[in-house]
Design a protein around this ligand. Structure first.
Ligand code: NAP
Length: 483
């Protein structure tokens, strides 16, 4: 016999899920509480999924003829999807995290689009408001799906160059207008009861096709360098589409989760744009990340290579060292060795701090996660505004795999693509060591005057290999002293 679960119980579980999402999100705002925040939000997600399944026991099987087949299919999807996510989450490299986020966004957008498609093709009378929400969810979900897949392809190197042609933005605007027109017509025909000029399923397919094409067209011209911001925008889109889907399905947990993701994604987008001193429209409609067209002024000074061991020993005798990690540290997977080196310095009485730029790496928070993974205590990690004044008193700034985030051109060169971006004041330290493999440029493709400064020496090599040499040299001092 079928046990009927009262709607009130499901509503209470939904409410608990919503509370857990928000509490989890609040805990994610500090690195110290973030891991537990993720767990709390995860439990919230579990509660929301449970509520959705319990729904099957709250309605009569007669009202939903395929209810149990659908529940079975949902369970299979859950097991397959959960298994793939578990497997890929365990394997993904730190540097491939942005690609993974792009794929997950795309999947979320696609799922929200699919919910809207079921509603639209189902042809049930929905009322103007619900139909409008369904169409909007379908549009945003489809754009997010195809756009995120292009973003993934760019980040993964499958698509190498941004595709830009004359009149592209006008053409994109036309495609968007056509999508909106078809969507509007679907709404009008469905609500007025008038016979549409073309069969409804054809119109709906055309609507989805146009929305998917728009997502591709919108993302293709954006430079690979701006993909983290674009991914964050699609994250917000996906959340919004899921929230709208929740409204269509009258599922409160889905509605709240979607809106929370949408709002968080939008805030993150704005914060990232602010940290790069750019507007979101500038990201979407200009070509940052290409080779700069401006002529850089002649840089005085020269690059001065030094031995990794000598640099390590110099730091061993310093009073204060501030470390600036960047994307290259993640590429080299040098975080464990870096912390090993830091512990050696600390044991010798050196005060060591980490300075994190908000867009160091290829996605926000990448450096914090990288350092946390190596076990670096949170009280050693400082954000830009909290540490920037301290560089002037530091004996050494160790810039490791970072470039743009310490480029003084951001302060002085008005024609530079990064002009106005707040940077870490590494150049103000008494001595600067820069660890990088060669004379490769940073993400923005510009030369860094810091490297040519009188107080700066270059330690060439892969970050991990350099750190191994620094550790050996400092350990060697201890052995020599003991002998
Ligand atoms: P960056 O400017 O890209 O510089 C990374 C440096 O690491 C390069 O100069 C490279 O030089 C070096 N490197 C690469 N592999 C290495 C290895 N195995 N060992 C040692 N060094 C290595 O990175 P960043 O300073 O972290 O700056 C981040 C950039 O990303 C900024 O321009 C920022 O605006 C942009 N961005 C970030 C986000 C975000 O969310 N984090 C979003 C949008 C844009 P070599 O090739 O010579 O080794």
């Amino acid at each position: 016999m079928l046990v009927m679960i009262p709607q009130l119980v499901i509503g209470l579980i939904d409410l608990t899920a919503a509370f857990l999402f928000m509490y989890g999100l609040q805990r994610m705002s500090s690195p110290a509480t973030a891991p537990s925040g993720i767990l709390v939000a995860g439990v919230g997600m579990l509660a929301a999924v449970l509520a959705s399944f319990l729904y099957a026991f709250s309605v009569s099987a007669a009202a939903e003829p395929h209810l149990f087949v659908n529940v079975g299919l949902a369970l299979i999807a859950l097991i397959v999807g959960g298994g793939v996510a578990w497997w890929s989450g365990k394997r993904v490299a730190m540097t491939a995290m942005p690609q993974m986020v792009a794929l997950y966004n795309g999947m979320g957008g696609g799922a929200a689009g699919a919910i809207a498609a079921v509603e639209l093709f189902g042809g049930k009378s929905q009322g103007v408001a619900q139909l409008g929400v369904t169409l909007l969810g379908a549009l945003i979900g489809a754009v997010s799906l195809s756009g995120s897949l292009i973003a993934w392809a760019k980040l993964d190197g499958v698509i190498k160059n941004p595709l830009r042609v004359r009149g592209q933005q006008a053409f994109n605007a036309l495609v968007l207008l056509a999508t909106l027109a078809v969507g509007g017509y679907i709404g009008f025909a469905a609500e007025s009861g008038a016979d549409p000029l073309i069969a409804m399923p054809v119109l709906i397919t055309l609507f989805f096709g146009l929305a998917l094409v728009f997502g591709v067209l919108m993302t293709l011209p954006i430079g690979g360098a701006d993909m983290p911001v674009v991914i964050s925008i699609y994250n917000a889109f996906t959340g919004l589409a899921v929230g709208l889907g929740g409204y269509v399905l009258q599922n409160p947990a889905m509605m709240i989760a979607g809106m929370v993701v949408g709002a968080a994604g939008m805030l993150l987008t704005l914060l990232m744009a602010k940290a790069m001193n750019r507007s979101v429209t500038n990201v979407l409609f200009t070509n940052f990340g290409e080779a700069p067209k401006h002529k850089q002024g002649a840089i005085k000074g020269s690059l001065k290579p030094v031995d990794a061991g000598d640099a390590g020993i110099f730091m061993r005798y310093a009073k204060e060292v501030i470390i600036v990690p960047g994307y290259g540290l993640a590429v080299a997977q040098g975080q464990q060795k870096l912390y090993e080196f830091v512990k050696l310095l600390q044991a010798a009485g050196v005060k060591v701090k980490f300075a994190i730029h908000p867009v160091a790496g290829r996605m926000p928070g990448q450096m914090d996660v990288l350092l946390a993974e190596a076990g670096v205590p949170y009280d050693l990690i400082f954000q830009l505004e909290d540490i920037n004044d301290e560089f002037a008193n530091a004996d050494v700034a160790l810039v490791i795999g970072a470039n743009d985030v310490v480029n003084p051109a951001a302060r002085t060169d008005k024609s530079s693509p990064i002009f106005g971006m707040p940077i870490l004041n590494a150049d103000k330290a008494k001595k600067v060591y820069v660890v990088k493999r060669g004379q490769g440029k940073g993400y923005a493709g510009i030369v860094n005057a810091l490297f040519y400064g009188d107080n700066c020496d270059m330690v060439y090599g892969d970050a991990q290999a350099v750190l191994v040499k620094m550790i050996e040299a400092v350990r060697g001092l201890g052995t020599a002293a003991a002998a």
